[in-house]
Design a protein. Structure first.
Length: 517
């Protein structure tokens, strides 16, 4: 007998985007949505349309393009948020509205300042209104992990009666332990008279490092949807990591009552794409997608793996999309070989103009580096700005950096600022420091540099260096990315990229920080 299906609901573009500094442009969100669709994610939570005009348009753009995954939009339990979500999803082949309201005594008293009975009425009204836009409506009692079970039973029964087809149980602050969370799911399904009319879902945060364990406990106790995000991106410590949930379910079919439909070989692609776009690096020892996840250092382990892989490996690297044969192109490769490789990597290029630009960059790289790997191509492509109709305020025109023993490192940078070129020289503690000082002297952003990190995309000193720069100004945090075989240039690109993001207007509202509804 085939197993029941476990629905994978990805919230990288909504909860993931709520991580400080992870805000994405509409075009970046669309790129990730396409990769999620290729991975066969069942539901893509594309954003929170009421948060800003930009996010409304991002959800609308994703709804227009995505065909095989359901596109979901988040809405607080109020009329204007729900109408905005419905409007953004209008052109989707398959759409879902996810509405929520807080149900813990603490949240109802302090945040909503509402009586519990009014919270139930508000939730029912919201679900009914959402039903006028789509049949597929999800309701979440926010902070369910700290809510009273009797109250949860009442509000869930009422929202299912109002038409909710999915009931999501968020452990919003990552407070629950696996046994406790699993038991909550079990009790809710057993006690709510109409529970069979809805799919129960998990939504666990990782504040205690238990998000995946709690999600699996929920599944063992009857949940048939897991909300998760690529690389575990999300508010504070993040959400349950999609790749960990999926591979745990796949690997432990002997113990789990259901299976996923996902194409797990796309996991590495999605992980790298999300990491590049958000600038959130994946730690080396991260399960499934960390660079060490399938590496064997000690002689004993290597010997065991060579004799029989299963001695120390419970999964195959190929199953998550890590191929050992990564050498793909070189200096003599032509345009069609390059295009074929892009297709094999599921990288979609929208126009001939973009393809030409990407090919030129590939050729430049091949001049500097004899072997071009998949990772190089992915990195190169994330560096190409797709035309999204928005002009960057700053463009890096040229850079000259000098370092000599006994001399102070110095850099001279030319920027185009609103199309007008300016040049500035500066010295510094090192070449990167001098470069950033020269840029700052022209731009005068006054932003605080919160993070500067460099990583190599492949092995060897001729590897592309990927730089992440995180800037903060007035509480707003942005990440900038840059890639180049020369890390000083990569650093300058990343700094300029972060400055452009800082200058772009943001009118975002956070979904969970508000008073009243
Ligand atoms: O963590 C949470 O409670 C949420 C809700 C909006 C579902 O993300
Ligand atoms: Zn959440």
């Amino acid at each position: 007998m085939s197993k029941e299906k476990l629905i994978i609901f990805d919230t990288t573009l909504r909860d993931g985007e709520q991580s400080p500094g992870a805000a994405m442009t509409g075009e970046e969100k669309l790129r990730i949505a396409k990769a999620l669709e290729v991975m066969k994610v069942d539901i893509i939570e594309a954003g929170f349309p009421a948060s800003s005009q930009g996010d409304f348009e991002a959800v609308q753009g994703i709804a227009r393009v995505i065909k095989t995954s359901t596109v979901c939009a988040l809405a607080r339990a109020n009329d204007s948020d729900i109408k905005r979500a419905g409007e953004a999803l209008k052109e989707a082949v398959s759409s879902r509205i996810h509405t929520f309201i807080a149900t813990s005594p603490l949240h109802m008293r302090e945040k909503l300042q509402m009586e519990p009975e009014d919270v139930i009425k508000q939730a029912v009204k919201a679900v009914k209104l959402a039903k006028t836009f789509t049949d597929d409506v999800e309701f979440s009692p926010e902070d369910a992990g700290r809510s009273e079970l009797d109250f949860l039973c009442r509000i869930i029964e009422a929202t299912i009666d109002a038409g909710a087809t999915t009931i999501n149980i968020p452990d919003t602050v990552g407070y629950n332990l696996p046994e406790q969370y699993g038991n909550t799911i079990k009790q809710l399904i057993a006690r709510i008279p109409n529970s069979s009319k809805a799919v129960f879902s998990t939504h666990c945060h990782d504040d205690l490092g238990l998000a995946v364990a709690n999600s699996l406990a929920g599944v063992i106790n009857g949940a048939r949807q897991v909300e998760c995000s690529v690389n575990g991106l999300g508010e504070r410590a993040g959400n349950a990591a999609l790749e960990e949930v999926v591979m745990a379910v796949r690997t432990r079919q002997d113990l789990l009552p259901c299976d996923v439909d996902l194409d797990a070989t796309q996991i590495m692609n999605c992980s790298r794409l999300v990491s590049r776009i958000t600038g959130f690096a994946v730690q080396p020892n991260k399960a499934i997608v960390g660079v060490n996840a399938f590496a064997h250092e000690s002689g004993i382990h290597q010997d065991g793996v060579l004799k029989a892989r299963e001695t120390y490996e419970i999964m195959r690297a190929e199953d998550v999309g890590l191929s050992s044969n990564r050498l793909v192109l070189g200096k003599l490769s032509g345009r069609s070989a390059f295009k074929n490789r892009l297709e094999a990597l599921n990288i979609s290029i929208e126009s001939e103009q973009e393809l030409n630009k990407a090919f030129r960059q590939f050729k430049d790289l091949a001049d500097k580096k004899s072997e071009i790997f998949d990772e190089d191509i992915q990195s190169l492509l994330s560096d190409i700005k797709v035309d999204d109709g928005l002009e960057d305020m700053f463009k890096l025109v040229s850079i000259r950096a000098c370092s000599e023993t006994g001399e102070t490192p110095a850099a001279k940078v030319t920027l185009a600022i609103n199309h007008v070129e300016q040049t500035q020289a500066s010295d510094g503690g090192g070449l990167v420091d001098a470069t950033f000082k020269a840029i700052e002297a022209m731009v005068k952003s006054d932003a605080n540099l919160q993070l500067y990190s460099v990583s190599n995309v492949t092995e060897g000193t001729d590897s592309l260096g990927e730089v992440t720069v995180r800037l903060e100004k007035g509480g707003r945090i942005v990440n900038g990315l840059g890639a180049d075989t020369d890390i000083v240039k990569a650093s300058a690109k990343a700094y300029v990229n972060a400055l452009n993001r800082l200058m772009s207007p943001s009118d975002r509202v956070h979904p969970q920080a508000y008073k009243g509804v």
